[in-house]
Structure formats: structure tokens, C-alpha cells
Design a binder for this molecule. Structure first.
Ligand code: KE4
Length: 433
């Protein structure tokens, strides 16, 4: 058992001034128990807690750190930018540079607007869809998470699901009266909804590859129906690529899948670890956004020059030296290792993966949506989580999240994950569930 006494003391201190001691419930360890680590620093593929314990980081800040921590190009770009000022509240060229990189990477994105978080981007995309179509209904899918937007915080995934609060108090019924929640990977449910009220649907928002119920890939039939029905009824297809953008391919999940949505929501990687979100898509739709059009959206720190510099350095590095094939190969090695380890330990589990995003679900049921994800034994996951932590591997602290590999990792790190999992699953199997 590692000594984590300084993290424990730090967490006690944080709880004195911050609700639950964290600034996001996803970090609260609520689903796995115990005390969250307080991180002292990070470097390459590793996090180091206050007690100096090193952990192979499979969270990567929940997705942004695809290059690993403290990548020299990003550090140098931020150091240079911050010496020219932190925030101007006026246009700077870095905003245009990052916008050109995003537009250049994702063919469906003709215009893009930057904000400061994925939540803000998703919220703005919803308002834009409603403003551009003059319609009110937004369709989402149970288990998909789009940030803490009132109108989308219903049957949400991520920490809302993890902590068992998929529909949050404080969200008035009026905020979700025009939100429809369907089952992911259910083309019939989608067809039924459009038959009933297709002419009222402003947009359909989804994670094109889900990370927030744990990793759930889409079926081809589901994606085809999404595109067919939205086009037929004049609704906007909105891909939330906050997690998958620049993660699954340089052009995101839509490049990997060969899809073309009307709007795309971005976050995480495009900020290189700094607060950046974005939404973009068809020019005829984006031109409804103020000041080009009447749909309001604004933000003090939108397009912040330091955050833009980190995003530019990150995307330039991903473009110059695409890590995707190597990340997929390491993902395949982790997958083979964990499947073998689960079978060897006699632990009933499902392993879902796309590229460098994956989840080991503790259930005998194939996981294809929110309901099947929730058949997982979260107590057994919690024991696996801590067994891996004690072996220096930091998994996402929830069964309903995706793990991430980074380009700072090597085949040796993938082998380290598999070895830690073999020992951890053996230990878990020996405990009563
Ligand atoms: P942020 O507001 O946290 O930047 O982005 C919200 C968001 C939107 N869309 C998707 C697909 C997302 O995954 C997220 C945020 N993801 C969670 C982890 N699954 C962030 C972790 C946290 O909330 O602390």
C-alpha cells in the first residue's frame, strides 16, 4: 500500500473551502472510495502525487494530454505567449491560426468559434441549432455527456452517471421540456421520434464514439439513420467531439468513421491542456452566430492568446508527427493483455476500444448503450481501480469513463499496464464480489 498521507492531508484542507474538496466531481473518487490523489506535478506519461508516488497516467486530464505532460513544444509555446500578455479582450492572430488548423483538419467545419470549455461549446451549439432552424427540440442519448448544460443534463454520462445523478437537482423542468433522450445505437427509436415530431427537431447531439458511459462505439446502422433522418427532416446533426476530436484521428471520430455532421463540438486536445472549447461546422449555419448573425454567444476569455498558443503547438505536433497508428497499436496491446488477464483470472468482463480510448467493463453483457453499461459491477471496478493504483497505474476513477493512452507512452508502458492488470484482476477475482 503506497503512502499517500500528504494527499490525504491536502484533501482535508481542500474540503474546508471547496465543495467536496474538488472543482469537478469526476475527480472525487466517489465511485471508487478512498481519497483522491493531489497531484504535485506531471511529466511525459506520468503523474506524481504530493507523496512523490509516480503513476502511469491513463486519464490524461480526461483526454487533453494526448502528447503526454510537459511536451517541450507546448511548454515553449506557452512560455513565449505568456510573455506577450495573458489576455487582451481583443482579437489576436493566434485565434485565427488555431481556427485555420481546426478548419484544415475537419472538412465538415467551414467556420469555428472558440469558447473556454466543452460545456460552453455544447451549450452554444444547442442555442445555434435552435436559432438557425427556428425549432426547439434537441435530441440526446442516454449516457452521453455534453458538459453541465442545463438542457442536456438529463440521463447524462460521466460523473453525473458515476455519482448516480444523471438528472441534476437545480434544472427546472422547463429547461429540459424540449430535450428528448433516446437509447444510443437504437436506430428504431430514432426513426420513431422523427416520425412523431421530426419537424420540431432543431438538432441531434451525440458522442460519435462514446467515452462517457465508458467506451461505447456506434453501429454503422445507427450512424446512417442519424444522417438520413436529420437530413430528411431538416434537423442538424451535431457531433460532440470534445473527447474524440484530434484523439481518434487528426480529423477526429468523423474522419475515422467517414461521417460529415452539420456541427461539431470540440474541447480538451484543442487547448493542449488549457481552457479551450470550440464549435464549428457548415458556414450557412455558423453565420447565424453574432456578430455575423443574431444568435448571441460571447466570452471574456474566448480565444485566450496563451490557450491558443498551447492548442496551436499541440495540433501542429499532431499534424507533424501523427501518433494515431502507434496509439492504436499500443491500444491493441493493452486490449490483448487485459482480455487475456480477465480470462486468466476468471473475471467476467467486456473490453471496448477505439484507438487509444478504452474501457474494461465488469459485466458478462456486451456493452452497447447506457443500460448495458449499467449492468457493470461497479464495486468490483473499484477494487480493480485501487489494485491498479497500488501498482502505479492511474485509471479513470469510474467504471463509466474511458481510459486514454498518450503519445508519451511506449510499448513498454502498454506492457506495464497489462502486467499490472494481470496481477490486479487476479487479486480482484480472489475477493468476494
Ligand atoms: P468540459 O466542460 O468539461 O470542458 O467539457 C464537457 C464535455 C463535453 N462533451 C464531452 C464528450 C465530454 O467528455 C466532456 C467532458 N468530459 C468529462 C470526462 N468524461 C470531463 C471531466 C470532468 O468533468 O471533470
Amino acid at each position: 500500500m503506497l503512502n499517500r498521507s500528504q494527499s490525504e492531508a491536502a484533501f482535508r484542507r481542500a474540503r474546508g473551502v471547496i465543495p467536496g474538496g474538488v472543482n469537478s466531481p469526476a475527480r472525487a473518487f466517489g465511485a471508487v472510495g478512498g481519497t483522491p490523489l493531489t497531484v504535485a506535478r506531471a511529466d511525459g506519461p506520468y503523474l506524481y502525487d504530493l507523496d512523490g508516488n509516480p503513476y502511469l497516467d491513463l486519464i490524461g486530464s480526461w483526454g487533453p494530454m494526448i502528447l503526454g505532460h510537459c511536451h517541450p513544444a507546448v511548454v515553449e509555446a506557452v512560455e513565449r505567449a505568456v510573455r506577450n500578455g495573458s489576455s487582451y479582450g481583443a482579437p489576436c492572430e493566434a485565434e485565427t491560426e488555431l481556427a485555420e488548423l481546426v478548419v484544415g483538419a475537419v472538412p465538415s467545419v467551414e467556420l469555428v468559434r472558440f469558447v473556454s470549455s466543452g460545456t460552453e461549446a455544447a451549450m452554444s451549439a444547442v442555442r445555434l441549432a435552435r436559432g438557425a432552424t427556428g425549432r426547439d427540440v434537441i435530441v440526446k442519448f442516454a449516457g452521453c455527456y455534453h458538459g453541465h448544460v442545463d438542457s442536456l443534463l438529463v440521463s447524462a454520462g460521466s460523473s453525473a452517471l458515476t455519482l448516480g445523478v444523471p438528472t441534476s437537482p437545480g434544472v427546472p423542468k422547463g429547461c429540459t421540456a424540449d430535450t428528448r433522450v433516446l437509447r444510443y445505437n437504437d436506430p428504431q427509436g430514432l426513426a420513431d421520434l422523427f416520425a412523431a415530431e421530426g419537424d420540431r427537431v432543431a438538432g441531434v447531439m451525440l458522442e460519435p464514439v462514446v467515452g462517457n458511459m465508458g467506451l461505447v462505439p456506434p453501429t454503422g446502422e445507427f450512424r446512417a439513420e442519424l444522417r438520413r433522418l436529420t437530413r430528411k427532416h431538416g434537423a442538424l446533426l451535431i457531433y460532440d467531439e470534445v473527447m474524440t476530436g484530434f484523439r481518434l484521428a487528426y480529423g477526429g471520430a468523423q474522419e475515422l468513421l467517414g461521417d460529415s455532421p452539420d456541427l461539431t463540438v470540440f474541447g480538451k486536445i484543442i487547448g493542449g491542456g488549457y481552457p479551450v472549447g470550440a464549435y464549428g461546422g457548415r458556414a450557412d449555419v455558423m453565420r447565424h452566430i453574432m456578430p455575423a448573425g443574431p444568435v448571441f454567444q460571447a466570452g471574456t476569455l474566448s480565444g485566450n492568446p496563451v490557450a491558443m498558443a498551447a492548442g496551436i503547438a499541440t495540433l501542429r505536433e499532431l499534424k507533424r508527427n501523427p501518433p494515431y497508428e502507434r496509439l492504436d497499436r499500443m491500444g491493441a496491446a493493452v486490449e490483448a493483455g487485459l482480455r487475456q488477464a480477465a480470462a486468466g483470472a476468471g473475471v467476467s468482463a467486456q473490453f471496448n476500444r477505439v484507438g487509444s480510448m478504452w474501457t474494461l467493463f465488469f459485466t458478462p453483457t456486451p456493452v452497447t448503450d447506457y443500460d448495458t453499461a449499467r449492468t457493470s459491477d461497479t464495486k468490483r471496478f473499484a477494487r480493480f481501480f485501487w489494485a491498479m493504483m497500488d501498482r502505479g497505474v492511474y485509471l479513470p476513477c469510474s467504471q463509466f469513463e474511458a481510459a486514454f493512452l498518450s503519445a508519451a507512452m511506449t510499448d513498454a508502458h502498454a506492457a506495464e499496464v497489462a502486467a499490472a492488470a494481470r496481477a490486479s484482476l487476479q487479486a480482484v477475482a480472489e475477493e468476494r464480489s
